[in-house]
Design a protein around this ligand. Sequence first.
Ligand SMILES: [Zn+2]
Length: 432
Amino acid sequence: MDLQSTLADRLNAAIDAKRDDLIALTQDLIRIPTLNPPGENYREICDLIDARLAARGFDTQLIRAEGSPGDSDQYPRWNVIARREGAHPGECVHFNSHIDVVDVGRGWTKDPFGGEVVDGKLYGRGACDMKGGLAASIIAAEAFIETVPDYAGAIEISGTADEESGGFGGVAYLAELGLFAPTRVQHVIIPEPLNKDRICLGHRGVWWAEIETFGEIAHGSMPFLGDCAVRHMGAVLEEMEESLFPALAAKRTDMPVVPEGAKQSTLNINSIHGGQSEILKPGTGLPSPVVPDSCRMIIDRRFLIEEDIDEVQAEITAVLEKVKSGRPKFDYSIREMHRVIPTMTERDAPVVETVTEAIRLTLGKEPSYVVSPGTYDQKHIDRIGKLKNCIAYGPGILDLAHKPDEYVGVDDMVDSAKVMALSLLRLLGPAA
Ligand SMILES: [Zn+2]
């Protein structure tokens, strides 16, 4: 038996022995309700991670993303980043997890912040997305450090804020500080719940924009004296149904996006609003009868790696120009709100090859490679950090994220911790 296989067996045994510790750590993380919005208890959860990793020889830093969207003295955006140097020079492997969770919502039969374990499932808001993955990465690193104390390079673990609201007070902020620069970090694994046998290579792009149509205000009893912005928007919707939606559905990507329906371009209309608000504050009365002179629509366009952002914008302009040509008084504006370029790590990137081999050895099967329909923090690591060697890999079923009775399977956490530890062994351990 060669050295790598001996060490791999010892790592697996070390992680099996830490099963209760892994459960307890996940429960401790779930019991701190880090709801975002508004961004509660970030400091408390960072302190917990900080204390745990500092006790195991990590140098830790707490970083508040001052001035980021949502940051305030009431809801400060705290992040924790911990680094442990090895005995020899080498590469750095970074595990990044977001610490925030989404609103609980209705329909729970379990305590969302209880961390109850029933039939091998650990329940709670954030159990799969992604406190189970965070705990698995911590246990993997601890088992690796105990088993191979003289490893090369460095291990980093970060817990970051605000992923659910765009990551600006989290990974984006740390990346702006240079903490994900390729000179400092060479491999990034984000333990999002993609399932223990799947490697997520990237995500589709996003373009959010506000479209506004303009009209002219007049008395509601004499609409012919004004120009109704809502009717103009109706014409825009009609044109979208006619030409845009069929065109988007016809575009297919070669990216392995899951689920299948997301292999095409998509457009969602997030909101539409014209005229005065129907729900007025108590005591202010009903909306008055006026012809609306403005109607606004917010669109959420998800695009493919084969598409260009300029082309995505041009399609929307073309719809509006076509409507304009048939309606003499029609005018509009388009305002970009948010853009994320699609990203996909190469199939033969070192981190992909390493985790592939670790999945084969641990689970005895070939991994599948997927791309996420929505974005996650990889966008900031790619765009700001300029680091391409990044994947998402972690325990849990993506479909359970954000749902009532969210859970993570304990066996899945143990297995993915083994995959992560084995990946550390292959990247930072002694050569075979
Ligand atoms: Zn997540």
